[in-house]
Each structure stands twice: as structure tokens, then as C-alpha cells.
Design a protein around this ligand. Sequence first.
Ligand SMILES: Nc1ncnc2c1ncn2[C@@H]1O[C@H](COP(=O)(O)OP(=O)(O)OP(=O)(O)O)[C@@H](O)[C@H]1O
Length: 254
Amino acid sequence: MIRFDRVVKKFGGTTVLRELDFAVAPGEFVSLIGPSGSGKTTILRLLMTLEKVDGGTIEVGGQPLSHMPRRGKLVPADEKYLRGMRRRIGMVFQQFNLFPNMRVRQNITEAPVRVLGLSTADAEARAIELLELVGLADKADAHPAQLSGGQQQRVAIARALAMRPEVLLLDEITSALDPELVAEVLRVLREIAATTDITILCVTHEMQFAREVSDRVMMFDRGQVLEDAPPDRLFTAPEHERTKEFLRAVIDRA
Ligand SMILES: Nc1ncnc2c1ncn2[C@@H]1O[C@H](COP(=O)(O)OP(=O)(O)OP(=O)(O)O)[C@@H](O)[C@H]1O
């Protein structure tokens, strides 16, 4: 579960998030759409604790990110607490970020062995299960450069899931892919959404992708959620003038 409660984020004199409120329920798949520069990536960076809020609170799994409980009180989070919180969150990026010198299987087992202390055998067994889930069981011994962009992105998804996160953040994960490769990533995400109870927050510029994969779509602009609805409603009957303008502009561009 993710909850933003009156979150304010400023860069210098510019307020990027204005008392932002939203929640993503456990197991839900929510996409965040909106104009470039509106603050979508900032939301993900705050969740990854790469940035700090200037006001309000963010909770993951019912626990605040910025504060930790100590003797019945909330005190500012220390590094150990933040590491624990970060471990509950997985992230996949536009540029895959796989280790080029490692085979696919090592890309997936590296963090579970190093960070979670899993045995190599257990981590490998889990990697094989995940490669099956993303349809790449036959690529375990390949190097990333031998794979297509869509396949690399599916390995990146498997790698994130190997840490068993409660929350998965997806940042423009189809932007670097040719259109025909987007479908395979979409299929994998649908399968993950259907077969796991992971909570997914996805930032995307691809309206078709958001429409086909999300339980809910949030239209975000000028630091706030303007509209929040199931995809069929939001894309066919947007209510807010800014949503209508934005959707017209992205459809004209496509
Ligand atoms: N570290 C930073 N320092 C200063 N300004 C920043 C920083 N990070 C983001 N910003 C500003 O905050 C605003 C929101 O940026 P953000 O990257 O979150 O937008 P976005 O909606 O994800 O955009 P895009 O869709 O183009 O990726 C922008 O005006 C950006 O210039």
C-alpha cells in the first residue's frame, strides 16, 4: 500500500507537489499520466527516498518513510530504517540498467544473495521461476547485449521481483522500446498483476499501455491529481478540461 498525505515538494523556489493526496491499495495497479515536468518522476524518487518531502507524509505498507517508531513516539528515520523501507520497494527504469558483464541469471540472483543473504541455490531457483514468469526461461545464460530491448526489460522486471518487494515502481519502462516490443512487456505485467499481490505504481507516457494494464489511472498536473478513474472512464469520458487537453495533445502526437 502507498499513501501520500498532503505531500509538498519544492525545488528551490518552485513547488512541484502541492499538498498531494493519493493512495494505492494493496495489489492495485495504478498508472500516473500527465504533462512532462509535472512531477511524476519526483513522486517515484520520493518513494525511493532519493528525495525528501518538504511537508506532509508518505507511507508504504502503513509505515511512514520519513519517521520511525521509537518507544511509542515517531522520530526522524535513520539510515538503517530507510534501508529496510527501500527493500520493500522495487523499481524498473526506462533504460533497464542491467549489469552488462553478468549473465541474465546472475543479474537476477545478485541482489538476493548480497542483500537478503539467500544461498546461491535458493536465489537461482527463484531466478528460474521468475524467468518462467516473464517468458525467458531459455535466456538464463545469455548476456544482456544478446537480448532485445523488450527481453532486457523483462529481465529487469524479474530482477526487481527477485527481492520480493511489496511495491513495484515503473518509470517509463516502455519508452525505450520499439512498439512491437511493448506488447510483450504489457503481457508480462498483466500476468504479474493477476498472479501476485504486489502493489504497482507506473509512470507512463503511453496511453494505450496505461489503458490496458491499469486498475486505475491518475491524471497528474501542476502538483496535484486532477482526475482519478478506471482507465475506460478516464480515456473515454475525461471530466477535467486539462485532462481533455492533455489527451488530445498526446493522441495528436501519436
Ligand atoms: N533535482 C532537481 N532539482 C531541481 N529541479 C528539479 C529536480 N528534479 C526535478 N526538478 C523539477 O521538478 C519538476 C518536475 O520534474 P519531474 O521529473 O518529476 O517531472 P515529470 O512529470 O516526471 O516529467 P517527465 O514526464 O518529462 O519525465 C520539473 O520542473 C523539474 O525541472
